[in-house]
Design a protein around this ligand. Structure first.
Ligand SMILES: [Mn+2]
Length: 321
């Protein structure tokens, strides 16, 4: 990876807008916040923005409440845009309206090309998380990583590797994590905030959703659904469905886990795909103009739940013969 051009932009420009993908995960948010801390320490002006509700599970990330989510009321001028954990403008929602005619840099670990227009694309699909790329960038910049920045990077690395259990977990991932722990991160605290801080309404939503589990393709694919009436019954929302997709994937013999959920936007179904090993779900999501990684991807499809399910299963049957 060539960090030089990115470092030059970070050093010479004075103000930045930092964005990430819609429906942000811990890597996306952790990276936005970590880079903002480092730039602010260098005396730069930084705006953080996201066109999404921030999942309440990530409230423990330092300064996550400083990320502005009201795009239409955003006022601020900046010299460069940094898009993190995302290949470019097609995945950042309405933030794309704010950045026309700006210098755009993307830093990402998803496979495939950056979405134009982008002036500089720093990509490393071999990195398990964007936080891992940022860690290397900070080293290259000779930044002294403080405890809060260490926590933000650790949160991204730990969650994007499924807490060190997905196939992207390399020795390098452990070495970087070890250093972040030496800098003061408490792994159990992060795990506890993420996995032992469930809200009752989220668990009730999960309970209803689990009842919809259905196997396809001789047990090799599993579909789980979250419907509007379940949100109504439990008081939970789409922002509480993070990680639900791991349940269909967790069934023995299932190679492909699928989560279909109603969204706040009417007539839209959000689909998430997870592959245990051999199925490339980045390709599957691509059929529906979505994307992601080899083993984790998603897309948004217009239509009723039944129609969308049929469309997806039709494609899945072509993949799992
Ligand atoms: Mn990521």
């Amino acid at each position: 990876m060539n960090f030089k051009k990115v470092i030059k932009i970070l050093n010479t420009r004075k103000s930045f807008l930092i964005a990430s993908h819609i429906n942000p995960d811990c890597d996306a948010l952790g990276c936005q916040l970590a880079l903002a801390r480092v730039l602010r320490a260098k005396g730069k002006k930084v705006y953080l923005i996201a066109d999404s509700v921030i999942p309440p599970a990530y409230n423990f990330l330092p300064d996550v409440d400083k990320i502005k989510t009201n795009i239409s009321s955003f006022k601020g001028s900046f010299e460069a845009v940094l898009i993190l954990d995302c290949p470019g403008i097609l995945r950042i929602g309405k933030v794309s309206d704010l950045i026309k005619n700006h210098l755009i840099v993307t830093i990402d670990h998803h496979p495939g090309k950056c979405h134009p227009p982008v002036n500089l694309c720093l990509k490393d699909p071999k990195s398990a998380s964007t936080a891992e790329i940022l860690y290397r960038l900070f080293k290259e910049m000779k930044v002294k990583i403080d405890k809060k920045t260490a926590l933000l990077l650790y949160a991204g690395i730990a969650t994007d590797t499924g807490f060190y259990k997905y196939p992207n977990t390399t020795p390098e991932v452990h070495k970087i994590s070890a250093e972040l722990i030496e800098l003061g991160v408490r792994p159990w605290q992060v795990a506890s905030r993420l996995y032992e801080s469930e809200s009752l309404k989220r668990l009730r939503l999960l309970g209803l959703s689990l009842k919809t589990l259905k196997l396809h393709c001789r047990g090799k694919a599993a579909v789980m659904k979250v419907l509007n009436n379940m949100y109504e019954q439990t008081g939970a929302g789409p922002e509480h469905t993070d990680e639900f997709v791991n349940y269909p994937k967790s069934i023995k013999g299932v190679e492909l886990g699928i989560l279909l959920r109603h969204d706040k936007q009417k007539g839209i179904i959000k689909a998430s795909f997870r592959s245990k090993s051999v199925i490339n779900v980045n390709k599957l999501a691509g059929i529906f103009k979505g994307g992601g990684h080899y083993r984790a991807s998603g897309c948004t499809i217009r239509g009723s739940m039944d129609t969308v399910e049929r469309m997806i299963i039709k494609e899945v049957k072509k993949i799992i013969k």
